[in-house]
Design a protein around this ligand. Structure first.
Ligand code: AP5
Length: 219
């Protein structure tokens, strides 16, 4: 089982890169943000619980998030591996993932950090549109779709995310960068952290991530 973790601040490009890596590597892209947004849209108990945290720009509590992710990892399409986008987001989540994998004799292969300074993130999130069906991200200037308003990947309409309003973006950056740092340190201590400069154009970031993956895969 290949478990790849994509780390980065809100708006760093995790979803953009996870979509590309999933196609390249033939692994499912599992994004906890998408799982929560789907639950909110479906009006489930999980969605009702998560919604308040998301609209305030806070992390959803670890217990809820870990249970949801472990359940997702147990589905048949994840048997060969996954690309995790947006999980783990705290040290407790990183430890829970490590324990869940250890039980199966598995471990995280590599943690790929898409590194973007905080001052660039606000502009990226302000111009972002995502598709309704798959959450595929675009940017009005930096990464426009081929047909305006329509997703290149699945043809669904594009819309702005509720949590990309400026005041929520500020809250996300204020509250979420410190826990991210603790996850970066967790994987650095295990020797499996690889960082790529996320300020580069999208295709160069992808290339950097694939190159960062290679020494690990071939080791
Ligand atoms: P989530 O959906 O995970 O949001 P996020 O981490 O804030 O990340 P984003 O999806 O906003 O950004 P991204 O890094 O994927 O960037 P993107 O590729 O879209 O989480 C949402 C909420 O759910 C959280 O706030 C929290 O409440 C909750 N949650 C989720 N997971 C959780 C967890 N594990 N624990 C607790 N709570 C959790 O790119 C951004 C923009 O930049 C796009 O417009 C894109 O086109 C553009 N772009 C991308 N790459 C480049 C580039 N190289 N150059 C120029 N533009 C680029």
């Amino acid at each position: 089982m290949r478990v790849l973790v994509l780390l980065g601040a809100p708006g760093a490009g995790k979803g953009t890169q996870a979509t590309i890596l999933a196609q390249r590597l033939g692994l499912p892209h599992v994004a906890t943000g998408d799982l929560f947004r789907n639950a909110v849209r479906a009006g489930t108990a999980l969605g009702r619980e998560a919604h308040g945290y998301m609209e305030r720009g806070e992390l959803v509590p670890d217990a809820i998030t870990i249970e949801m992710l472990i359940e997702r990892l147990g589905r048949p399409d994840a048997a060969e591996g996954v690309i995790l986008d947006g999980f783990p987001r705290s040290r407790a989540q990183a430890e829970a993932l490590e324990s869940a994998l250890l039980v199966r004799g598995e471990r995280v292969e590599v943690a790929l950090l898409v590194d973007v300074p905080a001052e660039e993130l606000v502009g990226r999130l302000a111009g972002r549109y995502v598709c309704r069906l798959g959450g595929h991200p675009y940017h009005v200037i930096l990464n426009p779709p081929r047909v305006p308003g329509i997703c290149d990947v699945d043809g669904s309409p594009l819309e702005q995310r509720e949590d990309d309003r400026p005041e929520v973006v500020r809250a996300r950056l204020t509250r979420q960068l410190a826990p991210l740092q603790s996850v970066i340190e967790f994987y650095r201590a295990r020797g499996i952290l690889r960082a790529v400069d996320g300020r580069q154009p999208i295709d160069l970031v992808s290339r950097g991530l694939i190159e960062a993956l290679d020494p690990v895969t071939t080791a």
